[in-house]
Design a binder for this molecule. Structure first.
Ligand code: ZN
Length: 667
């Protein structure tokens, strides 16, 4: 692969990893299995090894991943919580063993084996034997304070007992649900009309991040402690096994699985055996952790940016079963995205019946070349949404039918357009799959800020057939509203008034409110600043749109097909009739030279989160970097800034506060 291709590929992989990191850490809704994730991560790493000059500070290989959620108190980890590098096969493990022996100049190494728990990693702090606080891993440096929830775990002592207790002890453990507890928790959630958790790990994560500890206390979490992260110097351990024994003697739950092996053959055997016997364990594990037993050797090997050199995860293969792909149907999401979904002949994959699997999008489906009637391999690793990983071509039936993207939306029959790797129904304002969410978006604070037009009211108005789309909102009368359940005089009047006020909103907000795909708040602003008035926008060509800085070909295409859709254009006309799109935005050069600037953000902001500000700046063409250097144009500093603030000062980089950056961005 030449350098230019490698650069492109690295960029692509980083994008994928960042996307899945967010799903995993923030939304707790992973779409791919850990194994798939690890594979993508590994490809990125090996590409970066070949082209070290292409490694950037933004690369996920350079940090430990994960985000600390915003609403929890933060805890700063004294020792960063690293994640383990993954090994997948005998070849990997052989290379690893050879390297360790070479680095340590030894012929034989003792490895301690531990379960690779599929749970949530936490750090717990004891001072004088008393549990003081606990935090999640977060980004490896700063996590969320979950002390109140950790204290509900019955098997975890709040006070340690025994001899040789260090004054200060920070230890790392994994919080999880046993399969039995997980099943009864989910059953209870379903009985109470709540959503069930996708897998035990999500359940543990969701439970640990409860703000209300009394809810956590009703859910029986389990914990295993496995590493001493830091302790005051009054106690010294020579080996990992010694440390584990100490943890146990102080009353901490460590489990009983810590075999020591010292040859490659033993390593492979113990891994392969465990891959079979794990089915009998009361909880989920997804591999074997190997740690060098000697603490002295551990320290000699040290750590890399993201992971230690003395410990590895030797993963299991994803659980797979073969079954028949019985059908592929197409779902239309709230954004109009068409998603192919596989219907499978129900198959049991280690205790869970799987009958559906995601196919992500049509590009993925085409690459996989799965056809209705095919025999397919279905994987369920770490219990995430099952996925089809392969097609058995040898067993393909002549009648197997491939499914191509439909020309029309399966819900409303409108035409469909392709945008990046997905297909979308363009009938934004009349497709039943989309219409509700478009009305909710229309009234949202960031759009037209129509107080009283929340999801519930939109549901009510649609169900009572008072409206079918956003333009119908302006035909609503006070009398109609008064007849609705829960609508008294004041509430009804307020809604009518809020609707009237929406006509006065700035024209770029009105454009944003239309819900044209790819036209976010910032893009709407850039577009209206370019055209000035709405009529010029409506009559512009795709080329006109593309000529605007910050509007790409996909966006231009999306806008034109939106306007050309007859339902949409009728709605726009009706809105114009009641007084919409009259405002004029002063024409300005949209990017204001942001394209040459690099920003670094630190501290807590008042008006938006850091990621929101980052998005805004990037929308203006600026770069936002994670670290301060001489090349940084501005450091934006909020409350309680971190070390980046000090670095900016020492390098003499210009500093902006929140008000200053807002002013700078305003067009
Ligand atoms: Zn549709």
């Amino acid at each position: 692969m030449d350098k230019a291709t490698a650069k492109k590929e690295i960029k692509r992989l980083i994008k994928i990893i960042t996307y899945h990191d967010k799903l995993y850490y923030q939304d707790q809704k992973p779409e791919i299995s850990d194994l798939e994730y690890d594979k993508i991560f590994k490809s990125l790493k090996s590409l970066e090894q070949i082209h070290p000059e292409l490694v950037t500070a933004q690369s996920p290989t350079q940090n430990v991943g994960g985000f600390a959620a915003e609403r929890f108190k933060k805890v700063t980890h004294q020792v960063p919580l690293l994640s383990l590098d993954s090994l997948f096969d005998v070849e990997d493990i052989t290379t690893f063993d050879k390297r360790i022996k070479k680095d340590l100049n030894k012929d034989q190494i003792d490895y301690v084996c531990e379960y690779k728990f599929d749970g949530v990693s936490v750090v717990i702090k004891y001072i004088d034997g008393v549990l003081i606080n606990a935090g999640t891993r977060g980004d490896g440096y700063i996590g969320e304070d979950i002390t109140h929830n950790i204290k509900t775990i019955k098997s975890l002592p709040q006070k340690l007992k025994g001899k040789r207790l260090p004054k200060e002890l920070h230890l790392r453990g994994e919080v999880l649900f046993t399969l039995k507890d997980f099943q009864s928790l989910n059953q209870k959630l379903i009985d109470d009309d709540h959503d069930a958790f996708a897998n035990p790990r999500n359940a543990a994560s969701g439970t640990l991040r409860q703000l209300d500890a009394s809810i956590t206390a009703q859910r029986p979490l389990t914990i295993f402690c496995y590493t001493i992260m830091h302790h005051s110097d009054d106690v010294i351990f020579k080996t990992q096994i010694e440390a584990i024994k100490a943890l146990k003697s102080w009353g901490l739950p460590t489990g009983n699985y810590h075999p020591i092996v010292n040859s490659l053959d033993q390593l492979v055997k113990i891994h392969d055996d465990l891959e079979v016997t794990r089915e009998n364990l009361p909880f989920e594990i997804d591999g074997l952790v190997l740690k060098i037993n000697s603490i002295e050797d551990q320290n000699k090997l040290g750590t890399k940016a993201r992971s230690p050199r003395f410990a590895f995860a030797y993963k299991f293969a994803a659980r797979q079963e073969e079954t028949i792909l019985e059908n592929i149907d197409i779902q239309v999401g709230r954004t109009g995205a068409l998603t192919p979904v596989a219907h499978l002949k129900p198959v049991d994959i280690s205790g869970v019946t799987v009958s559906r699997a995601t196919l992500h999008n049509f590009e993925f489906l085409a690459e996989l070349d799965a056809r209705v009637g095919d025999f397919v391999k279905v994987a369920r690793a770490g219990d995430v949404i099952p996925a089809i990983v392969a097609v058995d071509l040898k067993k393909r039936n002549k009648k197997a039918k491939s499914i191509s993207p439909p020309k029309n939306c399966p819900v409303c029959g409108s035409s469909v357009i392709k945008d990046k790797s997905s297909y979308f129904c363009i009938n934004t304002h009349a497709c039943p799959a989309q219409v509700k969410w478009n009305i909710v978006h229309y009234g949202a604070k960031r759009a037209l800020n129509i107080a009283g037009l929340g999801e519930e009211t939109v549901d009510l108005l649609l169900n009572e057939k008072l409206i079918n789309n956003i333009a119908d909102l302006y035909d609503l009368t006070l009398e109609q509203l008064l007849e609705l359940e829960g609508f008294k005089e004041k509430k009804s009047k307020n809604l009518i008034e809020a609707l009237q006020l929406s006509k006065e909103r700035p024209v770029d907000k009105q454009l944003f409110a239309l819900g044209i795909r790819e036209v976010g708040e910032q893009t709407a602003k850039i577009i209206m600043a370019h055209f000035g008035d709405f009529e010029s926008f409506l009559t512009c060509s795709e080329e006109d749109l593309q000529s605007i800085d910050g509007v790409g070909p996909e966006t231009a295409k999306s806008i034109k097909s939106f306007i050309n859709n007859s339902v949409n254009s009728k709605i726009i006309k009706r809105l114009q009739k009641v007084g919409f799109f009259k405002g004029v935005l002063k024409k300005t050069k949209a990017t204001k030279g942001f394209g040459d600037l690099t920003f670094v953000l630190t501290g807590e902001l008042k008006q938006f989160t850091r990621s929101e500000l980052k998005e805004k700046l990037e929308g203006l063409g600026a770069k936002v970097s994670g670290s301060v250097s001489k090349k940084t144009s501005f450091v934006v500093v909020g409350e309680n800034p971190g070390s980046k603030f000090d670095k900016a000062k020492s390098l003499g980089v210009a500093i902006l506060n929140e008000d200053e950056i807002v002013e700078k961005m305003s067009l």
